[in-house]
Design a binder for this molecule. Sequence first.
Ligand SMILES: [Ca+2]
Length: 283
Amino acid sequence: MGIMASWIRNTTIERNEISDAPYMGIQVGNQSDIKSPNKTAGYNTVRNNKINNVMKLLDDGGGIYTLARQIGTQVTGNYISNIMRGKWAMDAPIAAIYHDSCSEYISVENNVLQQVANDLFYQESTNCKVKNITQLNNTDFSEHIQNQSGRTEKYSEPLKREAEKAKLKGYKIERSQDKYSNGEGIATEKAGSASVIFNKDTGSFYIRIAYLAENKGQSQFKLYINNVLLESWTASRPAEGLADEFKSFTTSSITLHRNDVIKVVGIAKGKAQARLDYIEIFN
Ligand SMILES: [Ca+2]
């Protein structure tokens, strides 16, 4: 196994290169207490990793493997290739991305799955089925995603700014273990803004805004850099069975300069309160 991450929360696994391994590339999540499944893993990010030629000996696994409910978990930008059944494998499945028992509330977006025995596998044969997995734009070729995965000399640690620690206008700090990855975020009944200062050297970065999809309405969000509008989006709807669901919006790559002001404006809709959790800047 390349990376094994069991009962973890708020953990990012990114820009690794894992190859030629007898078993899996990355496992995120592990068996949870079925009576309180939200109390174990959640809010994890598996991003821009390069995984090649794993599962060489064993079966019942994959390039990236998830287990148990983990609200707010995102698997994105990974380049997974050559996941084929080895000659010692038995009858269990092998897949580029393998969702095992109870995997739930995970988004799987913009991954490249190339030369694989199966692309995505969902465990259906146990009494705790996989459900509420969002799948978007997974493909077998993307020059951009392939180039963006694995190690890079330009790598810098993501900058994560909690919304509740930003400069706020019209927003109030709210404490809720159910709503926010770290138990704290911000909410507004009308409209508000949260601003942070970018404090790294000039470079190309992505900005990811973690917000709450609320079933009471679809709030609007706008992202400004130095008061110039860059993006606007509407909150998505939470998955079935959830009152709210952690979601995120990621920009395309943009140039940021030291002391740029990154401002997110939220406009409440109905009884939804344009809730924000954090702003993350990564390259
Ligand atoms: Ca927060």
